[in-house]
Write a protein that binds this ligand. Structure first.
Ligand code: PEP
Ligand code: MG
Length: 314
């Protein structure tokens, strides 16, 4: 049964016919890093660093930040990698020392990487701290920026990160980044699709608005088409493209995402075993058929049904 498969699955992430899919954890601090490291994960696909600072009035010093990041990196210094996301402050994640005041539309305002336009020091101090933590722990450390909208932003960010000897990537959370995935990939080492925000901005529907849940659904075919475009660009560039939004934690959608061509899935630690078991039960060809069926649907309900039918057809 499906439940027995979840109970016995112990990694690694692989389809029934042997295609590797990296299964990664989303973490928020040292404690969640240590807990997730005990799961059969290939590393961390999203360390939400801003969650370390929700209750801080002042920006922590570089040394203090380095200690916090090192605590999260240390459990993965056994050869796994950790993707550290630079501060995604603003909108749904207000941080008092890094939030632009008085915005009419904070979700469309100065948030994420945009905070560094006016105050580049904030980003550079964080990158210094991440570099110290990476050197201290020896963990393979990748760094990515949230809320990237233009290729110039990706280029500037990559220059800053690579200058410190780390691998640089950007999140695909704004439709412009998906549409220009090929250009973005020419600037960075990897992409990570944040389906929570990508869905919000594609559907123009606030991710916090419960009465818009039918729109803020990652099964929206428009969102799946943007994921497909991004993954295709990654395959052409020979660079990794992952998904780190909540979509990756849905076992049925995980198979669709693999069929669309994503190379890693990052999720809450509790979702790793159900997703790993679900992928182990389908071939890549089935994933591709599920993806094609979902892309052809006109709404999320139809996309789910079509993916399930494609999976169970033979
Ligand atoms: C996302 O937007 O999908 C994402 C992973 O980032 P967050 O949920 O932290 O905004
Ligand atoms: Mg996001």
């Amino acid at each position: 049964s499906a439940r027995a498969a979840v109970a016995t699955w112990a990694g690694p992430g692989r389809t029934a016919d042997g295609t590797d899919v990296k299964l990664l954890a989303n973490i928020a601090d040292g404690a969640s890093a240590a807990a997730a490291a005990k799961e059969p994960v290939d590393g961390v696909g999203l360390f939400r660093t801003e969650l370390c600072f929700l209750n801080r009035d002042r920006e922590p010093s570089v040394d203090e930040q380095a200690d916090i990041y090192a605590e999260a990196l240390a459990p993965y210094a056994d050869g796994r990698h950790v993707v550290v996301r630079t501060l995604d402050a603003g909108s749904d994640k207000p941080i008092s020392f890094a939030t632009h005041p008085d915005e009419e539309n904070p979700a469309l305002g100065v948030r994420g990487l945009r905070l560094s336009f006016a105050d580049p020091g904030l980003l550079h101090r964080q990158l210094d701290a991440i570099t110290i933590a990476a050197e201290r722990t020896g963990a393979e450390t990748w760094v990515m920026a949230p809320m990237v909208a233009t290729t110039a932003e990706a280029r500037d960010f990559a220059t800053a990160v690579r200058g410190r000897g780390l691998r640089a990537g950007v999140m695909v959370e704004v439709p412009s980044a998906a549409l220009l995935a090929e250009q973005m990939l020419a600037e960075v080492d990897f992409l990570s699709i944040g389906t929570n925000d990508l869905t919000q901005y594609t559907m123009a529907a606030d991710r916090m608005a419960t009465d818009l849940a039918h729109l803020t659904d990652p099964w929206q075919p428009a969102v799946l088409h943007l994921v497909a475009m991004t993954a295709r660009a990654g395959a052409e560039a020979g660079k990794p493209v992952g998904v780190c939004g909540e979509a990756a934690a849905d076992p049925l959608l995980a198979a669709v995402l693999v069929g669309l061509g994503v190379t890693s899935l990052s999720m809450a630690a509790a979702a790793v075993r159900p997703v790993g078991a679900a992928l182990g039960a389908v071939t890549v060809t089935q994933c591709e058929e599920m993806a094609a069926a979902a892309l052809a649907a006109t709404d999320p309900v139809g996309a789910r049904a079509a993916a399930r039918a494609a999976r169970d057809r033979d």
